[in-house]
Design a protein around this ligand. Sequence first.
Ligand SMILES: Nc1ncnc2c1ncn2[C@@H]1O[C@H](COP(=O)(O)OP(=O)(O)O)[C@@H](O)[C@H]1O
Ligand SMILES: [Mg+2]
Length: 301
Amino acid sequence: MYYSKTQYIQPNRPSSLKQTIKYPGPLDYRADFSVLAYFQAFTINSPNFIVTLTAYLCRNQQATMAVTDKIVARLIKAGKVYKTGDTTITALEATTVDLKAGELTLIIGPSGSGKTTLLSLFGCVIYPSYGEVWIDGLKVNDQQEKKLAKIRLEKIGFVFQKFNLIAPLTALENVMMPLQLQGIKTKEAVKRATDALVKVGMGDRLKNLANDLSGGQQQRVAIARALVTNPEMILCDEPTASLDIKSVAVVMNELRQLAKLGKAVAVVTHDTRLRPFADRTIYVMDGSVTDTPVEEEIPLH
Ligand SMILES: Nc1ncnc2c1ncn2[C@@H]1O[C@H](COP(=O)(O)OP(=O)(O)O)[C@@H](O)[C@H]1O
Ligand SMILES: [Mg+2]
């Protein structure tokens, strides 16, 4: 039986494997999950073997990286122009950029620079005015609205600044929502939503109403909601902007953890303090994207 990488990291997949993996030292283990999943294809379930294999993979990082470098989303000279009356605003100039599995990409730029537009293109929320958007091998330009809604539901998890939880519902019910939209039966949805909430450290708050939770806790529930469908990509628009400094670290570490488990995670922010959490940082300035820090951040010598 073959377990794909995504199946392997499904939150509800009972796996003794996860508990048995002991990493021998500090390392970037993003790569190893996919390779381990691949080896599982041969139904090797012995914990000892897995530990040995992990140690082997650690020494052979190069070989493993090829497996993780999967491009989940790609913009090819894609951009967006808005026309209102006589005025034309170039929200995003032609941009070529990828989001990769296993990577937390930080998208930094000042207000109005085009960050949300960039994220909305990756999120299949808007069509590009020019260029191409590809999600998991599918060209978004050619798809109907209805198909885009399906892609969003199945392949993408969204996290917003204002959490966007449904107030009269409990944490558990909020997280069950995307599963119910997918037509998954209640019993299964409860199990998967519970697992997702446990994963973000909210397992003891299942029955709390959204409004009874602190900002940091609400955002963790929102992250659980984003990951419960096991999407390949998690897109976050200013997820820490409404949080106190302690919650910022908690939330960013949760997102980092998801990237380490193989998701492509993109975080839009205007806060340069989030850079230490990122595997890669790209900068947006006046609608144009670069991997060079914006001017005011370049240290003066
Ligand atoms: N739906 C829209 N209609 C018209 N202009 C828009 C629309 N969305 C964004 N813009 C404009 O595009 C530019 C970039 O916006 P946005 O991507 O939201 O920036 P950011 O998220 O970095 O603050 C801004 O000038 C904004 O006013
Ligand atoms: Mg924005």
